[in-house]
Design a protein around this ligand. Sequence first.
Ligand code: ARG
Length: 571
Amino acid sequence: MDMKQIIAGRIADAAAACFEGCGLCAKDVAGMLEIPPEKKMGDYALPCFRMSKTLHKAPQMIAASLAERCAGEEIDHVEVVGGYLNVFVARGCMARGLIEAVLSQPGRWGASDIGKGKTVCLDYSSINIAKRFHIGHLSTTMIGHSLKRIYDFNGYTTVGINHLGDWGTQFGKMICAYKKWGNREDVERGGVQAMVDLYVRFHQEAERDPALEDEGRAWFKKIEDGDPEALEIFSWFKEVTLKDTQRVYDMLGVTFDSYAGESFYNDKMQPVVDELREKNLLTKSQGAEVVMLDDYGMPPAIVLRSDGATLYITRDLAAAYYRHNTYHFDKCLYVVAYQQNLHFRQLFKIIELMGNDWYKGMEHVSFGMVSYEGRALSTREGYIVYLEDLLNKAVEKAREIIEEKSPNLPNKDEVARQVGVGAVVYFDLHNDRNKDIDFRWERALNFDGETGPYVQYTHARCCSVLRKAPDLSDVEPDYGVLCDDEACSVLLLISRFPEIVRKAMDANEPSMITRHTTSLAQAYNKYYFEHRIMEEGDPAGTLARLNLTRAVADVIRTGLYLIGVEAPERM
Ligand code: ARG
């Protein structure tokens, strides 16, 4: 039961009665309905300005005519203000249908099958081999993971792809360094950090002895030519990196369907390059082969270097073809920092110029930078925060808070993990993704305010109320008790949840769900403080309030699930 659809239906009926043959259907009206910025302007508002053109009447006149005919048990009253028809939803009435709808399918409020038969590829996290996972990777990982859940929730088939950065001359240098100064045990024990150390050492030594650079290049050539020793070391580097990273993915609950990374496309680029050449899209420029894009306000994209080497974009071109041919995607999303904006604009344009209309489904889902406690991260200055350290610290801090607030909680370790990790993830997905984020402990782990722990705590509060509930299985709930302002705010937020999920999907913006779920938690807390849920001598009212609580818990849990945050039942 979606209140907006119902209201839209009532207005469409009124329109059909007032303006015969106007052809306005409920769907059109739903598309026009707005949510007013202030409560006194109603729960929904219909701007009549656009209709004024087709109906040749003043907007106020249209609103006034509609107001006369617009009725139904769901509508308390309507008001005409300017060119708007403001609708006030009947309190109490909304409660029954809504709560019953939510409770009839736990965990599915807001789900749909609009993506049935369609496939979305999501390229996210896409880590680089032999580099440590730092907090700069958090957004791509969590936005991608959240979007995957949101698309799944709407019936799409999703393919999560970790497009590994596992190609480049640096791997030749690393093998060279490993052969000279490394050994198996140190790398097995030290993991990625040991590889990073080898790489740093390579550069230090190469400053004194430039011949090392040639050796590094020679090792890379060996990888390219398929030399068994080089390949063995290289794939072992990959294994070590993935094993290290897996610990972080496990903490975050993030999974992938494919790890086809850059090296996977080694043997898949030639056909694409041939096609580019056939279609006369390649131009020679200082020995390199480029696609000229100045007609589109972009610098040329280098596809082949003068020594014949391929580039990042060459691999992405092959990857796009591969994904299209393999998954027949309707959408292919790239969750990558906004610094790569130009790269993706070039990529999509080239796919288009090659005559593929499926370029339309490709989209760069960009996001801003993360700084830590007010300071920009910088590898050069050695100011890096590793994601695993951050998550562990968050869990530790959560554990301290739990120890202080609820010392008798069972399975404290598990809850500390859910709360600590949840705080970090929530913080990351709280603002519009293109905004830069400054991670601050006191803001992320605060139990008051717009934080993960706050929302989780509200959910746990609902669960705790429900645990204390008496058995009312033979009672008919009296939803008439849910007609006060606080209950209505809660109900409206629940009724808008499906629409928010859809909007979040259309905009690839998980933060819309984060913020809406937070508003719901706030509204419920307000309700909770102003009303007694369990009232002696009023089982019917009590059951209605308990069911409201049950619905809130369910929708908060779903909202958190969609952004990749767990919802413990006790905190
Ligand atoms: N590994 C790349 C980086 O860290 C991101 C790859 C994004 N995906 C892609 N298909 N280009 O910058």
